[in-house]
Design a protein around this ligand. Sequence first.
Ligand SMILES: [Zn+2]
Length: 308
Amino acid sequence: MRVAFASLAALLLLIRPSPADAYCRTTTLKAPAGYDPAVSGCWTQGVPLAWPAGRIPYGLGSAASEQVSLADATRVADLAFSAWNEARCDGKSLGIDAYDEGAVSVPDGGSGDALAAWSSCSDSSSCDPHAHDVIVFDDGAWPYNDAANTLALTTVTFGVDDGRIFEAYTEVNSAQHKLTAAEPPPANGVAIDLQAILTHEAGHFLGLAHATDTNAIMYAYYHPGAVHLTADDVAAICAVYPPQAPAPPTSGGCACTAGGAPLGTAGWSAGALAALGLIRRSSTRSRSAPGRAGARDVACRSPRSWPP
Ligand SMILES: [Zn+2]
C-alpha cells in the first residue's frame, strides 16, 4: 500500500507543477482535525513557531532500535539535520545550527510511550531542568492511533504567547515498520528509508508544518529517497531562520500545567493556557497513507534561556 501510494505521489509530481512558496509553518493554534494543507492551503491562525536563533541541540535515545544501531541512527540523524543546516539563503548560512549533543538516556526508550514516561511531572519544580530534544524509536509498541499508516511523530513544545519552541521530540514507529539506514533504500520497497523519515521530521523539529508542494521534503507523505531539500524547503527554512534573525520576542515565561493533565487525553483551552503564560505541545505525524494531524496537551517543559 505504501509503495502504491508513493508511486502515485511520484506520478503526480510529473503532471502537477510545484507552486511557489508552498511551505507552511506550525503555529500556536491547532488546525482542525482532518485539515489538509494540500487542499485548503497552510493553516495560518496563531503565531508561527520557531526556535531562538543560535545552536539547537538534538540527540538520539541511547537505546536506538533493534532494527538500527545507535551508530547508524546517529549517522542518519546527522545527515538529516545537516540537510537543513546546509541550506543557503542568498548564499548565507541560516540563523540557527542544529547539532548532535550525543546520545541521551530516555526512560522506556525502547518501547511504549517514552514521552509520557518522561513528562510525568505535575509542577514546574519536578520537571527535568534540561531540555530534551531527542529522537527515539518505539520498538515495542506504537502508542498512538493509526499505527499502520504512521511512520513517525514529532511533538514540539512551545510558548503559547510567542511561539518560541522549547523542545522537540521525535518518535519513529519502528514497532510497525521495517526500517533501513541505507541510502538510497533497497528498491524492493520493503524497508522504510530512515533518512527520509528523519529529514522530514527534522523539518517539524524546526517548526515547519506539512507543505502543499508534493515534491517537498515537508510534504505529508513518505517518499523513499527524499533526503534533499527542494527549493520550497529552502525557502521555508530561510524564512523562519534568516541569516540575521530579528530580535526574538519576549518569552511569556514557563511553568507546568497545574495538575499535570495526562498527555493525549486532555483537551486544551487556549485562553486558559495563554493567561497562565504556559506552553503547549503540538504533534505532527508523518504518514505513509492519508490521515489527519495529531495534537497533544502539555504537562510541563524544560526551561531554556531566551534569548540564547
Ligand atoms: Zn510530517
